[in-house]
Design a protein around this ligand. Structure first.
Ligand code: SAH
Length: 364
């Protein structure tokens, strides 16, 4: 199917040759006029995909209490920045605030900042939060957040960051690019040998045999660098929840979701959500190399249970007995290994010197 972005990318390839998977992904998602996120809100049961905050209010509420605990562990700084990366519909932030009201001083101290690239989603977030009396400021990039103590959270943010792909050939990594086949359709083609970017190849996969496909995540590296610079100067902790393996895995995970179904990521760019799995092993490694303390990854199901999901569910069931089976299903959806419980992982990055992050056993 031809879309305005497909026409533009095809022209670009005819004129300048194949483009990287990352360039394709960025245009398909964030072209200001026709990009997937530029034009609509894709999140919800009637839309293209459902995320944990849309499954249940309990998810954002537990994260709200997590943020409040981190704030207390930092010594209750006033003010501090409460920053959400990629807030989608604003649902999670509204649940965070509702739960945060139980913690004296927490919301008064919080300067709520939303990092959002999509103008359409900024509007949706405003419509969710303004009626609740929540004052927030919007920024386009994480680098823009002013100095000071901060808590960062991002659910399904990292999976949206553009990935590059490479395949090993004759002992060297070559970039896998997007070109055109004889019929004018997008197709993957082999590009030049990677230069310096080869150091983004996950350490575990460096010595993989010829034919191995790997994904490079320059966006993760950039987020880690911004946080490490910031946390060297100011106290803070960042929480990321996303889907992906605990150990680096080879293979193509670049995928499209449209109408809750997997679709061909090269077909009809701008009309489907494009993501790739987060590599938590490499993410943690690059964070520690940048001087951050890390905890996790732990599985989302275990983490939510450690934070008291089941108790929260029982309390909701007592106050709304007619919703008992709905709430039970929500808990299963968030925690069961064959649903979101295992594939989704939780990880934190922290400034040195903070106590152990809530919900993480063992390391701090
Ligand atoms: N956290 C929400 C939404 C997940 S979808 C939820 O769990 O429901 C991904 C979100 O990240 C969207 O709001 C999208 O517009 C935003 N986003 C993706 N890449 C971004 C980037 N590079 N900068 C800012 N926002 C981005």
């Amino acid at each position: 199917m031809s879309t305005p972005i497909a026409v533009r990318i095809a022209d670009q390839i005819r004129n300048g040759g194949p483009i990287s998977v990352a360039a394709f992904m960025t245009q398909a998602m964030f072209d200001p006029r026709d990009g997937y996120y530029a034009t609509k809100n894709p999140i919800g049961a009637g839309e293209d995909f459902v995320t944990a905050p849309a499954v249940s209010q309990m998810f954002g509420e537990l994260i709200g209490l997590w943020c409040a605990q981190v704030w207390m562990d930092m010594g209750k700084p006033v003010p501090f920045h409460l920053v959400e990366l990629g807030p989608g519909t604003g649902q999670m932030m509204s649940d965070i605030v509702r739960a945060g009201r139980a913690v004296p001083g927490f919301l008064d101290a919080a300067r709520i900042t939303l990092i959002e690239a999509s103008a359409a989603l900024k509007m949706v977030q405003g419509r969710t939060l303004t009626p609740m009396g929540i004052e927030a400021v919007w920024m386009n990039r994480i680098e823009e957040v002013p100095g000071g103590p901060a808590v960062f959270i991002g659910n399904e943010f990292l999976d949206c960051l553009a990935v590059r792909q490479a395949v090993k050939q004759d002992g060297h990594w070559h970039e896998r690019m997007v070109g055109l086949d004889d019929g004018g359709a997008f197709t993957f083609v082999m590009g030049p040998q990677l230069g310096q970017e080869a150091d983004l190849v996950p350490d575990r996969l460096r010595d993989a045999p010829d034919g191995t496909l790997v994904e490079l995540r320059p966006g993760d590296r950039q987020v880690v660098e911004v946080l490490s610079r910031r946390f060297a100067e100011y106290p803070g902790r960042a929480l990321f929840i996303d889907y992906g393996p605990a150990q680096s895995e080879a293979g193509d995970t670049f995928q499209a979701i449209r109408d809750h179904q997997k679709a061909d990521p090269l077909n009809a760019p701008g009309t489907a959500d494009l993501t790739a799995r987060v590599d938590f092993e490499q993410l943690g490694k690059s964070a520690r190399e940048s001087g951050l303390q890390t905890a996790g990854p732990v599985e989302q199901g275990d983490w939510l249970k450690a934070l008291g999901l089941e108790m929260r569910a029982a309390a909701l069931m007592r106050s709304s007995p007619e919703k008992k089976s709905v709430i039970a299903r929500q808990v299963m959806r968030l925690t069961e290994p064959d649903q979101m419980g295992s594939l989704f992982k939780v990880m934190t990055f922290s400034a040195p010197g903070l106590p152990k992050a809530p919900g993480f056993a063992g390391d701090g």
